[in-house]
Write a protein that binds this ligand. Structure first.
Ligand code: AMP
Length: 369
């Protein structure tokens, strides 16, 4: 089966790799001729709004998917109209996943606890939001923000004007700053026949807004139950097909939803080696109309993002149980160039090896077990 994917980043590349053994052939559209997926699959170069290229992708595919959320909903809808080509995940989920404010409204409507928030479109509205919600807070662009880009933490009134100067001019969202105890994510996949599988809970550590480390399974049964309930509610709401991730803050044993991603997610990379069926394979199985694979974990995994600079492979591969993924991207500060996943037979050994790797990478993260 041929699958068209809008966006050919590392997520697309890992989707393409997962498709090979199943005979699922991914092809990509991306504006960057050097997009990582292009090294292993057919890549057409074009903007995400290029209707001709999108139509071409749809014509050559039975189903069209995407590897990040900032693709044009209108262009995608127009490109597939009348072609019989399906789009998965559903466009309504994509549309909501593009707008932080719409995400929060969805969470509220579904009874998924989220932060206090307000839409902000003027300096006065920002001051009003801060007065109602309180300080400190976080000002975020509603659209196109990722990896901590397009957001500012505001500690006091002086910071309000500075943040407005930095971000004002586009639709914004102000929300309470959550002094969280931890961050976790819930990943779930829903097939075309409505069956759902929920991955074990993942604990995440971010630095400068970028995910650095994920550990799974994270044994916290009460939190996992909450995460599974919330992920299931969102999957059901959209009659979703494919993989979905929700990131949560943990505060005093309760989950607070931060954002959702209607696609495969960085906090699920561990599942390539650490689960019976990876998030990438399960996404493809779902959108291709195939049965889902088991999401059970295989051992205990730690996934570490390699950002800005690729360490020498020989150094990393000396660590037992380590799997390296090099996305083949040109180095640039703050850019995700690859990741590695350690799989160990028990959590204590995983934690020990992860600490050793973090030291070797000169990465300090608070609260590592
Ligand atoms: P986001 O782009 O919303 O996923 O934010 C990236 C990271 O910034 C999160 O994973 C948190 O570590 C931090 N962050 C974002 N929003 C908040 C918030 N309201 N309170 C505290 N930390 C936040």
């Amino acid at each position: 089966m041929k699958i068209g994917i809008v966006g050919g980043g590392q997520l697309g590349r890992m989707l393409a790799l997962a498709g090979v053994p199943l005979g699922l052939e991914c092809r990509f559209l991306d504006p960057n001729p050097k997009a990582p997926a292009g090294a292993i699959a057919a890549l057409r170069v074009g903007e995400f709004t290029d209707r001709r290229e999108l139509r071409r992708l749809a014509r050559h595919s039975e189903v069209v998917s995407f590897d990040w959320e900032n693709v044009s909903v209108a262009a995608l809808r127009a490109a597939t109209r009348g072609s019989g080509t399906r789009i998965a995940p559903p466009l309504r989920a994509l549309s909501i996943g593009q707008d932080r404010w719409a995400e929060k409204r969805l969470f509220e409507r579904l009874g998924v606890p989220t932060t206090c928030y307000a839409a902000v479109d003027s300096r006065a509205a920002l001051w009003r939001a801060a007065a109602r919600i309180g300080l400190p807070g976080v000002l975020k662009t509603r659209r196109l923000g990722y990896d901590g880009k397009g957001q500012q933490v505001i500690r006091d009134h002086a910071g309000l004007d500075a943040a407005w100067r930095a971000l004002g001019g586009v639709p914004l969202l102000y929300e309470e700053f959550v002094p969280f105890d931890a961050e976790v994510s819930g990943l779930g996949v829903r097939a075309r026949d409505g069956s759902v599988a929920l991955y074990p809970l993942v604990r995440n550590w971010h630095a400068q807004g970028i995910l650095r480390l994920s550990m799974a399974p994270w044994r916290a049964p009460a939190l996992e139950r909450q995460a599974h309930r919330h992920v299931r509610a969102v999957l059901r709401e959209f009659r979703y097909v494919g993989l979905l991730a929700i990131e949560f803050f943990v505060k005093r044993g309760r989950l607070i939803a931060n954002e959702l991603a209607p696609r495969v997610h960085n906090s699920g990379h561990w599942s390539i080696e650490g689960a019976v069926t990876s998030q990438f394979e399960n996404h493809l199985r779902a959108i291709a109309g195939l049965p889902l694979g088991s999401v059970a974990s295989v051992g205990h995994s730690a996934m570490i993002n390699l950002i800005g600079r690729m360490p020498a492979a020989a150094e990393l591969l000396r660590i037992p149980g380590l799997h390296l993924h090099d996305y083949g991207k040109a180095p640039r500060p703050g850019r995700k160039l690859g990741h590695c996943t350690l799989v160990a037979p028990d959590a204590a050994l995983r934690n020990r090896r992860a600490r050793r790797l973090l030291r070797a990478l000169d990465l300090k993260l608070p609260g590592i077990p």
